[in-house]
Design a protein around this ligand. Structure first.
Ligand SMILES: NC(=O)C1=CN([C@@H]2O[C@H](COP(=O)(O)OP(=O)(O)OC[C@H]3O[C@@H](n4cnc5c(N)ncnc54)[C@H](OP(=O)(O)O)[C@@H]3O)[C@@H](O)[C@H]2O)C=CC1
Ligand SMILES: O=C(CO)COP(=O)(O)O
Length: 335
């Protein structure tokens, strides 16, 4: 009888731990934590209190702080560290991961400097491996609590996604497939910036109509940039686009949204990030997205206002005044 597939997840933050918990219910799963105390706590207490409080993790989930041991174990590798740490983490194990092991990214940011998406960084660090991602409206704590949700495994070769799908799925976690890796990945990355705008709106006490405008026009600019870069615009109407946008803009626990709220309360971006104590990818990604918008000649007025607040060049209330200066065009055209 063939032995079961071993899943290895790198990164024991909120989402890496949650995804490892999903996989552990289906197949042997090992979670790498860079901090040995976190690995010990997961093994002995079945909790990751720094990120997930007292929530109990599945019995079968094992953790290690030995990155090389983890990499050698993998039949499927899942990379769940923040996007700025993907390259350095994978560089340490480039010669340890067996050939053809599929690698799935969980990260929703762009690498500062190179502007690369996490799947592009993975493909450079681990050439020859099938690379894809798992993304969707997936607030980690809700999923650990067993609330129903859905996600998408995106790989260029649909057969790879079909093989990976059952490793993460459960009766309350539906896993769909998509071959538009670029569109799925950009959805998760770009919605974080709109979520910061949405948090700023809430912090300023705007009405529901204003919030709806931010979401709808935010989706329009995400789709515009995605299409200009070669993604299928329909992808942005799915789970990884509007789905993740709604979850992240509405969830009080979303870190990007909370950063926006803190900015509206007058905190500096450094203070807002320090107060959060977790990763909010939209903060580092916003300037890079504006570089891409200029390169592709795409109007992104909401991202531009968010980036100016993050860069300290204007306040959150200035940002909302700034949006009023943009002359509305045809709904399917520009700003
Ligand atoms: N949380 C969520 O609901 C979701 C998150 N995501 C995405 O998943 C990715 C990870 O986010 P999430 O788990 O939430 O983040 P968290 O802030 O919860 O945790 C970050 C994790 O990464 C580790 N880490 C931080 N810096 C480095 C580094 N330089 N090298 C190696 N490891 C590092 C941290 O270790 P330590 O504790 O030792 O600092 C911690 O384990 C992000 O791109 C996020 O956008 C996607 C979907 C849902
Ligand atoms: O991507 C997420 C949900 O799908 C998590 O969003 P935050 O990083 O803003 O918490």
């Amino acid at each position: 009888m063939a032995r079961p597939v071993r899943v290895v997840v790198l990164g024991a933050g909120s989402w890496g731990t949650t995804v490892a918990g999903l996989a552990a219910r289906n197949t042997p799963t090992l979670l790498w934590a860079r901090n040995s105390e976190a690995a010990d706590e997961i093994n002995s207490q079945r909790t990751n209190s720094k990120y997930l409080g007292e929530r109990k993790l599945p019995k079968g989930l094992k953790a290690t702080s030995d990155l090389v041991e983890a990499a050698r174990e993998a039949d499927v590798l899942v990379c769940g560290v923040p996007s700025h740490a993907v390259r350095a983490t994978l560089a340490e194990i480039a010669n340890e991961v067996r050939a053809w092991v599929p690698v799935l990214s969980l990260s929703k940011g762009l690498e500062p400097g190179t502007r690369q998406r996490p799947t592009e960084v993975i493909a450079e660090c681990l050439p020859g491996h099938p690379v894809g991602l798992l993304a969707g409206p997936n607030i980690a704590k809700e999923i650990v609590d067993g609330m129903a949700a859905a996600s998408v495994v995106a790989t260029q070769d649909d057969r790879v996604a079909a093989a990976l799908q059952p490793l993460f799925a459960s009766s309350v976690f539906r896993v769909y497939r998509n071959t538009d890796v670029l569109g799925c990945e950009l959805g998760g990355i770009l919605k974080n910036i709109v979520a910061i705008a949405s948090g700023m709106a809430d912090g300023l006490g705007v009405g529901d109509n204003t919030r709806a405008m931010v979401l709808a026009r935010g989706l329009a600019e995400m789709t515009r940039l995605g299409e200009a870069m070669g993604a299928n615009p329909r992808t942005f109407a799915g789970l990884t686009g509007v789905g993740d946008l709604i979850a992240t803009c509405m969830a009080p626990t979303s870190r990007n949204r909370r950063v926006g709220e803190a900015l509206a309360q007058g905190l500096t971006v450094e203070e807002a990030v320090a107060k959060l104590g977790q990763v909010a990818e939209g903060v580092k990604t916003a300037p890079t997205v504006m570089d891409l918008a200029r390169e592709y000649g795409v109007d992104m007025p909401i991202a531009a206002e968010v980036e100016a607040v993050i860069g300290g060049r204007q306040s959150a209330s200035d940002a909302y005044r700034g949006l009023q200066k943009v002359a509305p065009g045809g709904e399917h055209e520009v700003a």
